[in-house]
Design a protein around this ligand. Structure first.
Ligand code: DCP
Ligand code: CA
Ligand code: CA
Length: 379
């Protein structure tokens, strides 16, 4: 019995069905969701730096605005110029709202996957091997079902890429947007990658692309054929092997649940910019409540409590305290958050716009720990 089970596991490992779901024009789609009138207009969501009314950058835009060649990262004044004469709507980012929607969708995904790995606010890998019994044909219907379910329950559309591993799923997902579905079967994976430019591979940036071009490598197929030993000599062992494998559609990275976090954090925007301790603590109490709930559910003890704040000038700051003993109670978080803010507000005259609370340094034994990006580094 045991060996039959083992064989089945091995078989499953060899023939995975991995999905990447990436929400379409996410921040802008969220704005359309709460205000459907926007759907027929160009919509630009931007980060306003606050220096002048127009200074800041485009976070994203809907597909109507993209027709006017508005792009993420573009200065807002340029986007305005491109959309001159249209009924374009410009909106500031509202991370709390997008996070809420994201969490609702991720929760639905959990019901459809054996393992869910959230990689960003609008992207997640789903290992659905078991659910579709290793079949890529079944995976097509299954993906449509997930899309329809999220559309019904939340009202957001997204694009799915399906492949035998994360690498293929990701590139398949980029293939057709929005509301796309691209399936690449294991036997087609190499041919699917072949004609693509090398910079489509994760980890191949501008510098590497240039270097590869000098070596006569332009497409992924060129890279796949290139001598692996030479790649190692030029790019080092880890990168050389990675490039060789990736170009040959080989990627054994498992889809990994991110539940075993190194830290638990929450972040929120204040109703108004302030320098008032009591006002800030009202918000951090809410955040602490949610953090403590998660800490309790996961049965963790923490050794570090941190605060995070974004000031009105958009600079962000963090402060931390390490406890003498690991703790698991809410009062410890509340008390330390309070004293960290007291001290911080005493040192700074700037007003605070967003605040965050984080606990870390968990002492429960955690197998297979992988460093996670916390909100501190993500900001
Ligand atoms: N984002 C941002 N600044 C950038 C790029 C992205 O603030 N330079 C934010 C806004 C996006 C979200 O991240 O909505 C997700 O980024 P994506 O790259 O997935 O882009 P979109 O979801 O906006 O569009 P697409 O339909 O191409 O996925
Ligand atoms: Ca997206
Ligand atoms: Ca994305």
């Amino acid at each position: 019995m045991a060996s039959a089970k083992k064989r089945k596991e091995v078989k499953l490992m060899q023939n995975r069905v991995v999905m990447l779901a990436d929400f379409d024009y996410f921040f802008a789609q969220c704005e359309e969701l709460r205000n459907p009138i926007l759907k027929d207009k160009p919509v630009v969501v931007g980060v306003y730096s606050g220096r002048t009314e127009e200074s800041g950058a485009v976070s994203t835009s809907n597909y109507i605005a993209r027709k006017y060649s508005v792009k993420s990262g573009m200065p807002l004044f340029l986007a305005k110029r491109k959309l001159e004469g249209t009924d374009a709507v410009f909106l500031p980012v509202d991370h709390d709202y997008y996070d809420q929607i994201s969490q609702r969708i991720m929760q639905i995904f959990r019901g459809y996957a054996s393992i869910l790995e959230q990689v960003s606010v609008d992207e997640a890998y789903l290992d659905v091997t078991e659910q579709v019994e290793g079949s890529f044909d079944k995976a097509r219907d299954y993906a449509q079902k997930i899309k329809a379910d999220v559309k019904n329950q939340v009202g957001i559309s997204f694009t799915i890429g399906i492949g035998p591993n994360k690498l293929i799923a990701k590139i398949a997902c980029d293939n057709q947007k929005p509301d796309g579905l691209t399936i690449v079967k294991p036997e087609d994976a190499k041919a699917f990658l072949s004609p693509l430019a090398v910079d489509r591979l994760l980890g191949v940036g501008k510098k590497t692309t240039l270097r590869m071009e000098q070596m006569g490598i332009k497409t992924i197929s060129d890279l796949a054929k290139y001598d692996c030993q030479r790649l190692i000599e030029i790019f080092g062992k880890a990168s050389g092997i990675y490039f060789h494998n990736a170009a040959n559609a080989v990627d054994n990275e498992p889809v990994q649940e991110q539940g075993e976090a190194e830290s638990i954090s929450r972040i929120g925007t204040l109703k108004q910019d302030t320098h008032d301790l009591a006002f800030i603590l009202q918000k951090t109490d809410e955040l602490t409540e949610a953090i403590h709930k998660e800490v309790t559910e996961k049965n963790l003890s923490f050794k570090t409590v941190s605060i995070y704040m974004v000031m009105t000038d958009l600079n962000s700051k963090t402060r931390s305290v390490t406890l003498e003993q690991p703790a698991k109670d809410k009062a410890t978080i509340t008390r330390n958050v309070r004293s960290l803010f007291e001290r911080f507000l005493g040192e700074s005259t700037l007003e605070v716009r967003r605040v965050g609370v984080k606990v870390s340094g968990f002492s429960k034994e955690e197998p297979r720990q992988k460093p996670l990006t916390s909100f501190f580094s993500a900001q």
